[in-house]
Ligand binder design. Structure first.
Ligand code: FAD
Ligand code: NAI
Length: 467
């Protein structure tokens, strides 16, 4: 007889594995299916995304700091040298440890794991192909199959000379010249890694600014900082073709609006122009699950167009972020269990883990202008923050946008060291519908960078005290 479950989850990324944990906690019998060949849980995020990229960002930042800043702090080390094999190994160790942690959590929550590709063959029926093919049945199926790299026609990814983020996390040697196509999150994070380790990095971006969804002032100032660090930018430009030679790639680059073609020689090319939903081979048509023009599964509170089939994470609309997928998974299972699951996409923070970090939540100035919402701005530079000055890390600022009438916080944008941690305060305040005055009147420890958030909030009503 086919094994019966309360819920079958296809895909073991942050969306799927957190859905599985919540299902276990709520007493639902859950099955989790994952097709990754390595048989490791955790999805893109743990295996080839958030975790390995942060492991390399951390190590490469320390490498650069040791080489460039230690002497100024009175620490003499002699000449610093790179052991790339060890750096890549500690990254792999981090991935290994965390994926094992997810496997432990599945056991702890009595979730049954199946390795192989899942396909919905009929309502309530999922076939798993793999080493031990099987068929499972459940009242509820959650699709959590995530996303994949968007290809660029004419620039074929071989993961050797022309790589996606996956190849860029495992380059066997530091390329002399790395050309990054796409000035988004992946391009800037992984471009930063290889620049710190010695590459010349050129970023080719189609639009006239990097990080196009971020607040305009933030992306402009941040680009200046990266430029000072040595990253070259070709904005409003597109790559129209790539010719692979033995050890080099010749890229044709031309203005986005058309014009003269320029050739750039690269030792490695990273294609990072976005990700697209991954739903191949899932059998969506077998049960009538609809997708939109861009391939995202159409949902209403995670319900797809097929009864009993739900979808979460990167394969549905909303920010393609691990914590959003995780929250989707939790809320979706709570709905299945008859509870009130909900995710507020207006308060999902977005962090770029470069040096310094960039973090944002809520509306940008551009979005508020377009929506015709009257707002006030409070801003504070880290150059006036005592902790940042003491640590010689004064680049960046905090910007808070609040409703001109009600003072409700509508957005917060931070460029600076630890921006990814600092943004959490604004997220909490926004989640509670709080005002900038709530932040301004809250005691913040001294000396911390969080005081810059408070001073920016004071600035909304014009009483910033320390600048
Ligand atoms: P995924 O993590 O993509 O997991 C889906 C899983 O489903 C995969 O393991 C896949 O193998 C499996 N699958 C697909 N089809 C089937 C099938 N038919 N049967 C069985 N299994 C299947 N986000 C952040 O928030 N912070 C970061 O710092 C960050 N860094 C990133 C760095 C990089 C280089 C990349 C590429 C992404 C990064 N992201 C980051 C994005 C983050 O990885 C995704 O938003 C997140 O993984 C989405 O989770 P998910 O569960 O929806 O899908
Ligand atoms: P992205 O959407 O962040 O950036 C892609 C960039 O490429 C954009 O600036 C876009 O204008 C540009 N572009 C598009 N087509 C182009 C072309 N033909 N030529 C030149 N430029 C072009 O996508 P990215 O960086 O690939 O990352 C994918 C997703 O992964 C992100 O959107 C994010 O959701 C997630 N991610 C999150 C991270 C984090 O939270 N720190 C880190 C890495 C990825």
């Amino acid at each position: 007889m086919t094994e019966q479950y309360d819920v079958i989850i296809i895909g073991a990324g942050p969306g799927g594995y957190n859905a599985a944990i919540r299902a276990g906690q709520l007493g639902l019998k859950a099955a989790l299916i994952e097709k990754r060949e390595t048989k490791k849980l955790g999805g893109t995020c743990l295996n080839v995304g958030c975790i390995p990229s942060k492991a390399l960002l951390h190590a490469s930042e320390l490498f650069e700091t040791a080489g460039k800043s230690f002497a100024n702090l009175g620490i003499n080390t002699g000449k610093i040298s790179l052991d790339l094999i060890q750096m890549l190994k500690q990254k792999d160790d981090a991935v290994d440890g965390l994926t094992k942690g997810v496997a432990f959590l599945m056991k702890k929550n009595k979730v049954e794991t199946f390795f192989g590709a899942g396909e919905i063959v009929a309502p309530g029926k999922v076939r798993v192909t793999g080493d031990a093919p099987t068929e499972l049945e459940a009242k509820n199926i959650i699709i959590a199959t995530g996303s994949e790299v968007t290809p660029l026609p004419g620039v074929e990814i071989d993961e050797v000379q022309i790589v996606s983020s996956t190849g860029a996390l495992a380059l066997p040697a530091v390329p002399k010249h790395l050309v990054v196509i796409g000035g988004g999150v992946i391009g800037l994070e992984l471009g930063s890694v290889w620049r710190r380790l010695g590459s010349k990095v050129t970023v080719v971006e189609f639009l006239d600014r990097i990080l196009p969804t971020m607040d305009g002032e933030v992306s402009k100032q941040f680009q200046r900082m990266l430029k000072k660090q040595g990253v070259d930018f070709k904005l409003s430009s597109k790559v129209t073709g790539a010719e692979k030679l033995k050890t080099k790639v010749k890229l044709n680059v031309e203005p986005a609006a058309g014009g003269d073609v320029e050739t750039i020689d690269a030792d490695a090319v990273l294609v990072a122009i976005g990700r697209r939903p991954h739903t191949d081979g899932l059998g969506l048509a077998n049960v009538g699950v609809e997708t939109d023009k861009r391939g995202f599964i159409v949902t209403d509170h995670f319900k797809t167009t097929a009864p009993g089939v739900w979808a979460i994470g990167d394969c549905i609309t909303g920010p393609m972020l691990a914590h959003k997928a995780e929250d989707d998974g939790t809320a979706c299972v709570e709905l299945i269990a008859g509870k009130a699951g909900h995710v507020n996409y207006d308060t999902v923070p977005n962090v770029v883990y470069t040096w310094p970090e960039v973090a944002s939540v809520g509306k940008t100035e551009e979005e508020l202008k377009e929506a015709g919402i009257a707002y006030k701005i409070g801003k504070f530079p880290f150059a006036a923050n005592s902790r940042a000055k003491t640590n010689h890390e004064t680049d960046g600022f905090v910007k808070i946008l609040a409703d001109a009438e009600t003072d409700r916080v509508l957005g917060c944008h931070i460029v600076g060291v630890d921006a990814g941690e600092l943004i959490a305060e604004a997220v909490s305040v926004m989640e509670f519908g709080g005002a900038s005055e709530d932040i301004a009147r809250t005691c913040h420890a001294h000396p911390t960078r969080s005081e810059a958030v408070r001073q920016a909030a004071m600035g909304v009503e014009g009483w910033t005290m320390q600048a």
